[in-house]
Ligand binder design. Structure first.
Ligand code: DNO
Length: 360
């Protein structure tokens, strides 16, 4: 397992590379050109700039999260071809600086969705929270406004104001789009890009829908084991793979992440590891990574990765906001650093036990 840390870029993150450098085990930063609109071809100079900055601090830039997919591709509009061409050109450019994995998602309109970005927890920290009844009843415009207020002017992937300005039109465009249409549109996209990814030795890794069920009447298709199986068969090629996000898929208590790690192992190119706690009414909150703090057994999940000899990339996913840190929701320094130490603690213990070492 190669440990990474998501970083939003120079001037766009409260955390510095010097700070990340001091977290044990981090080999690379997970990055993107966050100001690029979905569908645009990424400029080589800007890619090179990120590479130089990362090099100076001794990090690899092997994983990009995300190269976003233009809505016309998800909708299957005739205009999709030009955006797919741009996507291919971006893949080629990223290969030139040694990128190995591209994470992306195929969620209509919204990326991840929460109702509360700073929900107070009993210990005085705050965390991302999802209130089911609220999403079931709220006008999506209101939710977008709340998120915009909560982030204090910082960009949030998936919630770009530019794109969400057109929310009404977007909803209209999806009105008659079914799940089967989404599957067809995804297949069309994959058939076009996977051969380019393969030639350029870049593994594509789809991120599951978060939460893994339809919201606001929009179709969502990457939600459980069956859909992951179907996805991998759409284009049955190792370059067509997964970002297995424990917290996204784990929001549905029926999803068993350990089983997924075992079944999809070689096709998992990127592991997002985080815990959440379910409530009976369908709400959930993002807890610390520790197994006993949430509903997911992170010990078993990390052990499953170890058991399959996972060689891919991993990152701690969202963390709580601790010690009054001012940061992007879910992306503070402290709790993600603690998460890494927990994950590596489990990993190192598995290593030692496997080598016949005794735990004294
Ligand atoms: C949330 C993330 C997602 C993820 C994208 C991938 O923090 O897990 O925003 O980066 O969905 O495209």
């Amino acid at each position: 397992m190669k440990m990474t840390f998501r970083w939003y870029g120079e001037g766009n993150d409260s955390i510095t590379l010097e700070q990340i450098r001091q977290i044990p085990g981090v080999e690379g930063i997970v990055w993107s050109l966050h100001h690029m609109a979905a569908g645009e071809e990424w400029p080589m100079e800007e890619i090179l700039k990120v590479k130089e900055t990362a090099d100076r601090h001794g990090f690899n830039i092997d994983v990009v999260e995300s190269v976003n997919v233009h809505e016309d591709i998800k909708l299957g509009l005739p205009t999709r071809d030009k955006y797919i061409e741009n996507y291919k050109r971006t893949i080629e450019k990223l290969a030139k600086v040694g990128v190995k994995v591209i994470c992306y998602n195929f969620m209509p309109v919204f990326d991840w969705t929460r109702t509360d970005l700073f929900r107070p927890m009993a210990d005085g920290s705050t965390a991302l929270f999802y209130e089911k009844a609220k999403v079931d009843n709220v006008d999506p415009m209101e939710l977008v406004d709340n998120v915009a207020k909560g982030v204090n002017g910082l960009t949030m992937p998936g919630w770009e104001p530019e794109r969400l300005k057109h929310l009404k039109e977007l909803f209209k465009a999806y009105e008659n789009v079914t799940e089967e249409d989404m599957w067809n549109n995804l297949k069309y996209f994959l058939e076009a890009i996977i051969p380019v990814a393969e030639i350029n030795d870049i593994k594509m890794a789809i991120h599951p829908d978060d939460p893994p069920w339809p919201i606001f009447g929009l179709p969502r298709i990457i939600t459980n084991k069956e859909s992951l199986r179907r996805f991998l068969k759409l284009v049955d090629n190792p370059y067509n793979g997964l970002t297995l996000c424990s917290g996204s898929l784990g929001a549905n208590p029926d999803n068993n992440i350990v089983e997924m790690v075992k079944e999809f192992g070689p096709r998992i190119h990127f592991a997002h590891i985080r815990n959440i706690k379910h409530f009976e009414n369908g709400d959930f909150i993002e807890t610390s990574h520790r197994a006993c703090d949430g509903s997911l057994d992170i010990v078993e999940i990390v052990k499953a990765y170890h058991d399959i000899g996972f060689k891919g990339y991993a990152r701690p996913d969202h963390g709580r906001h601790l010690w009054n840190e001012k940061c992007r929701p879910g992306y503070g320094l402290y709790d993600r650093a603690l998460g890494i130490m927990y994950i590596l603690g489990i990993w190192d213990t598995c290593e030692k036990v496997n080598q016949g070492g005794r735990l004294k």
